[in-house]
Design a protein around this ligand. Structure first.
Ligand code: HEM
Length: 355
């Protein structure tokens, strides 16, 4: 199903399940199919248990809580722009800017020590990347799992003001979560908070460099225009790709077709985001359009928990970047950039920039 309306209808239909234990679930890789019984991620659960876990992690991601982080995120962004300007020119925009910003932010929220970033960023990239052999994915996931399990032990003994400590003391210590469930939840959050937002920062910057006329919208405003521009960049780029994966648990008639119980569904939101009936001229990047119906964060009960945080990071980045570095330019041919397009998301591994 490719149209926006049908994707929204199916993603909020109770006859459609995200539970990957259901027969017929369309795994997007052989690796996941082979390993799915080892542990379930939030996105692959359904029903009361999904809602219970989702509620447990919700606290730091409410719009109000996220808004309190704005000064911290501004500082992180400003410091990285300062460091970029003081460092070698050209620089790699991904390693020096696009990745550290979400990494530092999610570490701050979760309570993961950022000084360990070389280790966990490498593990995450291996787990979410393309062309990675299965045993390397397995090894990285195992190492990250053990790292987080140890960290949870430390938080339990000496809690701090972060989500990991809160979950350890309020949920693990009380038996509402077992250790495996808690590690899987935190692992999922750490992974989700990294490459998704980093790709949006890098590809969003690249898209704007290709559309210099649009940059004025960002340079002239720090208010609602930037929030709307971020929605449009999310729509235009839709970086989390292989489609929402679901399975029908009853027969469903939709769009003149019948989906039979047990059939897998792939809902490509990057196509829903180009539906001309919702976004006229959808192939064009237009930062002034109303893109609030965009589907880049998914739709329905699994809609991205971290979206207020991701939005905040993107707003702060795009409000500051071109104002502070008006001469920012790509320092390579577009065709030579190493894009990642067959992993869990679309992104770019390296992006040389100059100013
Ligand atoms: C631009 C950045 C991001 C994009 C494009 C994005 C995209 C998505 C999408 C498409 C889903 C829906 C999955 C589905 O329905 O199957 C999702 C779910 C989720 N995302 Fe994000 N995400 C981003 C950033 C983040 C951040 C910063 C966090 C915070 C840690 C986060 C945490 C989550 C969680 C926990 C879920 C699972 C929700 C559930 O299944 O109930 N995401 N995200």
């Amino acid at each position: 199903m490719t149209r926006h309306a049908e994707q929204c209808a199916l993603l909020s239909d109770r006859r459609v399940s995200a539970d990957w234990m259901q027969p017929g679930y369309p795994f997007h890789s052989q690796f996941l199919q082979d390993h799915h019984e080892e542990g379930q991620f939030l996105t692959a659960m359904e029903g009361p248990e999904h809602l219970r876990l989702r509620r447990m992690i919700a606290r730091p991601f409410t719009p109000r809580k996220v808004e309190q982080l704005r000064p911290t995120v501004r500082q992180v962004v400003d410091d990285h722009i300062d460091a970029l300007l003081a460092g070698p020119n050209p620089a790699d925009f991904v390693a020096d800017f696009a990745l550290p910003i979400p990494s530092i932010t999610i570490c701050h929220v979760l309570g993961v020590p950022y000084e360990d970033h070389d280790f966990f960023q490498h593990a995450i990239r291996t787990m979410t990347g393309s062309d990675v052999p299965d045993d390397a994915v397995n090894k990285s996931q195992g190492e990250l799992y053990h790292y987080l399990a140890k960290l949870i032990g430390r938080k339990l003994a000496a809690p701090e003001d972060d989500l990991l400590s809160q979950l350890a003391t309020e949920r693990l210590a009380t038996g509402q979560l077992n250790r495996h469930q808690l590690v899987m939840l935190v692992l999922f959050l750490l992974v989700s908070g990294h490459e998704t937002t980093a790709s949006m920062i890098a590809l969003g910057t690249l898209a704007l460099l290709q559309h210099p006329d649009q940059i004025t919208v960002l340079k002239n405003s720090d208010g609602p225009e930037v929030a709307a521009a971020v929605d449009e960049l999310l729509r235009y780029l839709t970086t989390v790709q292989p489609g929402r994966r679901r399975v029908a648990v009853a027969d469903i008639e939709i769009g003149g077709q019948v989906i039979r119980a047990g059939e897998g569904l792939i809902l490509p939101e990057e196509i829903g985001n180009r539906d001309e009936s919702v976004f006229p001229g959808a192939g064009e990047l237009d930062l002034r359009r109303d893109a609030s119906q965009q589907l880049a964060f998914g739709f329905g009960v699994h809609k991205c928990t971290g979206q207020p945080l991701a939005r905040l990071e993107l707003q702060v980045v795009f409000a500051a970047l071109f104002r502070r570095i008006p001469t920012l330019a790509l320092a390579a041919d577009l065709g030579d950039l190493p894009f990642m397009d067959d992993g869990l998301g679309y992104g770019v591994k390296k992006m040389p920039v100059s100013w």
